[in-house]
Design a protein around this ligand. Structure first.
Ligand code: HPA
Length: 274
């Protein structure tokens, strides 16, 4: 990845859509396909964007949609399906979409994911606003030479998940009559699920949720000065908490069940954010 590659990809998006975009959404398991049915949607398959990594996990589609909310001059870029570190991709590739979106003019990045619930009060189907994260992966997308045109060498991570945006999300959830809890998200690299001992460690360190995504994109977005909002959809109780082994099928079917509520929030959010 270099700056010029990001510019080329941003130019493809602006040439294919002829729109300006101010908000980007990266939708993980459970919301793949959002945007596709919108009458304003312009679809760009990831394979048509130079440099764009194409995700391989089931349940993740590889399409970028440009959506124009009613009455808005500015569009939203919806990344339907994301790349993960556990696919063997370099973290530069994992955060490529977020960087391109910001280069394209997006100042607000909404990240959603499927997560395991570490806090005892979180149940499958719950939606949780991310208030902060723990990076337990040992990885960081900013390792390597810093390009000062993107952001500073040592970016601040005090308010990664923008407090004002969190208020907007709570308001959107309230008008949709959907409960939105709050919690700290811990990033493990995966792809194996965590052990019960790792979950106990994460809990003692302050985690409410665990997952295998979102944190690299959030770090890259803050590096470039964009605002971040994160929402997790709890698909399962984390390892060791339910007495049952974890299965990817369980995760995807819980994600399907909560899709409606998350869609209601996202619908209301997008009109408030553009
Ligand atoms: N752990 C990590 N990632 C996840 C989980 C989990 O329990 N559930 C959904 N994504």
């Amino acid at each position: 990845m270099n700056y010029e590659d990001l510019m080329v990809a941003a130019r493809v998006i602006s040439n294919s859509t002829r729109r300006t975009h101010t908000v980007a959404m990266v939708l993980g398991s459970g919301l793949g396909g959002y945007g596709a049915d919108d009458s304003s949607a312009i679809a760009i398959p990831y394979v048509d964007i130079p440099g764009f990594p194409v995700p391989k996990v089931e349940g993740h589609r590889g399409t970028l949609y440009s959506v124009l909310p009613d009455g808005s001059q500015n569009g939203i870029l919806v990344f339907s399906g994301r790349a993960h570190a556990y696919e063997g991709l370099a973290l530069d590739e994992v955060v490529f979409g977020v960087r391109v979106a910001i280069m394209s003019g997006c100042r607000t990045i909404v990240l959603t994911n499927a997560a395991g619930g570490v806090s005892g009060h979180l149940e499958p189907g719950d939606l949780v606003l991310i208030t902060d994260h723990l990076n337990l992966s040992g990885l960081n997308p900013l390792i390597g030479e810093n390009d000062n045109r993107l952001g500073p060498r040592f970016p601040d991570m005090t308010d990664v998940y923008d407090p004002a945006l969190r208020d907007v999300a709570q308001e959107a959830a309230a008008t949709a009559d959907v409960a939105l809890k709050s919690g700290v998200y811990a990033w493990f690299s995966g792809p194996s699920y965590e052990t019960p001992a790792e979950i106990e460690m994460a809990r003692r360190l302050g985690a409410d949720l665990v997952g295998m995504s979102t944190v690299p994109e959030a770090i890259a977005a803050r590096h470039m000065g964009a605002r971040v909002l994160g929402i997790s959809l709890v698909t399962n109780k984390a390892a060791g908490m339910s007495g049952k082994p974890l299965s990817h099928d369980e995760v995807t079917s819980a994600a399907d069940l909560a899709r409606r509520d998350l869609t209601l929030i996202i619908d209301r959010l997008r009109d408030r954010l553009v």
